[in-house]
Every structure is written in C-alpha cells, then in structure tokens.
Ligand binder design. Structure first.
Ligand code: 2NL
Length: 344
C-alpha cells in the first residue's frame, strides 16, 4: 500500500508539473483527490489493515493528499501569474511615444473674409440681409434697370431654371426686395453677402459661382460724398490706415453716376509694380448713386430719396489681401491651402 501511495503521489505531481492550464489542474484534482479517486479508495481499504499499519498508512495517505493539494495550489498561482504577466505585456502602453496630432478645423478663408467685412459694416450701422439664390427675372434684372433686351444682360448670362427663374447673377435682388418691403417711406442701410452665379468658363480669375457683398444706403439727402466716406473707412480698416482710395468714373445700369474704387498699392507704395500692373492702384469694387429708375420701381420718390450702392467680390479682396493667385483655390478645398488661413 505504501508503494501504491508513493506511486500515486509521483504520478499526480508529474501531472501537476506538466499542467498547462488551470483546467488541467482541476482535472488532476478531481482525478486524484476526488471522492472516487485512488487515494480515497486506499483510505477506504484501510479496514483490512492491521492495527499497527493503520495509523502509518493513514498518515502517509494524508501526507500524499496534502502534497498533491499543495502542488496544485502552487502550480495554479504560477499559471495565474504567467497569464497576468502575458496580458500586461500585450496591453502595455508605451507612454514615451509622441501623441497623434489632433486635426483642428477652422473657418474657410472666404468665410473669414465675409465675416470681417460684415463686422466692419455692422460697425458703421449697416444691417446684414440675405435672400434667395434662385431669383425671378424681375428682381434679378427688371427692378435693377435692366429691362428685357438690355445689352448689359449679355455680360451677366446665367443658369436659367425657366424663362422667368434663374440663379441670381448678383446679390442686388436682395436689395431690391428689401427696398420694396419698406413701402417707399423708410430708409435702408444694409449689406447683403451671398453666392452668385454666372455662365462663365472657370479660370484663375473667373468662376461660374462666386461670392458677392453689396451695400445699399437709401435715405433723404444721401450724396456721393457719403459713399466716398463709407468706402474710404472700409478700405482703411480692411487694408490698412496708410491706404489711399481713388474713385474713377464707370458705368453700371443700376447706378448713375457710377464709379470704380481703387486702393493705393502697398507693395510699391504707388511707384508701380507687378501687383498693380505699374499703375500704383488696385481696383477693389464698384458703386455709385442708385439710379432714379431703381428707386422708383422700389416705391421711393427719387425727388425725395436718394441712395448709394456698391458691390465687391470677397474672393478678389481675399486674393489681394493674402496673395492668393487662383480663385479656384477657394473651391477645390485642398486642406493644405485652407489650413494656412485658419489663424488669419
Ligand atoms: C461690382 C459692382 C455694384 C451695385 C453693385 C446696386 C444695387 C442696387 C441699386 C444700385 Cl439695389 N446698385 N449695386 C451698384 C454698383 C456696383 O457692383 O463690381 N461688384 C462686384
């Protein structure tokens, strides 16, 4: 019996030693220490032993039990430690690795420019107005002194939806609508930024869709000097206090007289360079006194009311201010271009 117990002990300890998982160990425990295991069997057979042998074998059987149980416990904690070690290794984080940069977005350059211009005019008491991009022929052309068949319509060919509906070619219809809603009696002091459309072939300076900001002031006794004062304040705030402005005679069907405004060239200080094409001046916008026909169609008496209006292209303003050489940069959304202006 002694040999049997020693043999069982050796067997069990070998199995414990070779166990590869906690489950293996459980199996060994059930196999050797369970109620139906060989050691229990040995203990059951003790009745047949002599008085002298009984306590010796009993003691030995208990020692064997304890040795096996102890070995299982030791092995189990070794397996658990190894598993934990392995998991820690797999899940370890190298805190010395540099962090991944987070992409931080920002406003589009055009958005920034439009908002900057809006803020300047809000500061001078103008309100911001918006209107539909799909317009009627009436508000886009007729109400602006461009009757059907007028030659100036050719320069503003657009995308037509029907005979009478088109994508607006300028933001002026917003102003015609605003004036019309004032019942011919209240002053207007507004700017209207927005998208406009022309049937044009895209190149470095032309786009079939672009942005416009127009301004309008209608009241009693509005004069050309008021236009000049507002535009001078705008130019100096937008481009720098050292800039001079210059008004040249021009033509627009909806203003009379009409002007074009230049600002002095910063690059050469007026000497003449490639930016100003040798003239010392850079064209910025157009404007003039609102044509009496336009006032009349909007319900104002042109003998009592007068007004000035102007229009500019924020793309052109941004191109001049930041040296952007192609209008298509604004629309192709190359992040490398756009990112440069996130802190602008
Ligand atoms: C330009 C020139 C201009 C206007 C826009 C206007 C609007 C009304 C009445 C009279 Cl409702 N005029 N707008 C006047 C002159 C010039 O824009 O070069 N824009 C980019």
């Amino acid at each position: 019996m002694k040999e049997r117990l020693e043999q069982l002990k050796q067997e069990a300890l070998n199995k414990v030693e070779n166990a590869e998982s906690v489950q293996n160990l459980k199996d060994v425990r059930v196999e050797y220490l369970g109620k139906k295991g060989p050691i229990t069997e040995v203990l059951r057979g003790m009745g047949k032993l002599s008085k002298e042998e009984r306590p010796v074998i009993g003691q030995l059987a208990n020692d064997v039990r304890e040795s096996i149980a102890e070995a299982i416990e030791t092995k189990q904690s070794r397996l658990e430690d190894a598993a934990m070690e392995k998991q820690l290794e797999e899940e370890s984080i190298d805190v010395t690795l540099p962090g991944r940069p987070v992409q931080i977005g920002g406003p589009h350059l055009l958005t920034s420019i439009v908002e900057e211009i809006e803020d300047l005019f809000i500061g001078m008491g103008f309100e911001i107005k918006e209107g539909p991009e799909v317009e009627t022929d009436y508000y886009n052309f007729e109400a602006l002194n461009l009757p059907k068949g007028h030659p100036a319509r050719d320069m503003q060919d657009s995308f037509y939806i029907t005979e009478e509906l088109l994508m607006r070619t300028h933001t002026s219809p917003v102003q015609a609508r605003t004036m019309g809603a004032r019942n011919g009696g209240e002053p207007v002091k507004m700017i209207c930024p927005g998208k406009v459309y022309r049937r044009d072939t895209d190149d470095a300076t032309h786009s079939h869709q672009f942005t416009q900001i127009e301004g309008l002031l209608v009241d009693k006794n509005v004069r050309m000097s008021d236009l000049k004062g507002v535009l001078n304040a705008f130019a100096k705030q937008m481009f720098g206090a050292e800039r001079e402005i210059r008004l040249r005679p021009s033509f627009f069907p909806f203003t009379e007289p009409s002007v074009e405004m230049d600002i002095s060239c910063k690059v050469c200080g007026g000497e003449g360079c490639s930016v100003c094409k040798g003239t010392g001046w850079i064209e910025i916008l157009g404007g003039g006194m609102v044509h009496p026909n336009v006032l009349e169609m909007a319900g104002y008496d042109p003998k009592e009311y007068s007004g000035f209006a102007f229009g500019m292209g924020p793309e052109r303003i941004a191109m001049l201010k930041y040296g952007v050489d192609d209008i298509r940069h604004f629309y192709t959304n190359d992040i490398r271009f756009l990112e440069q202006y996130h802190k602008a």
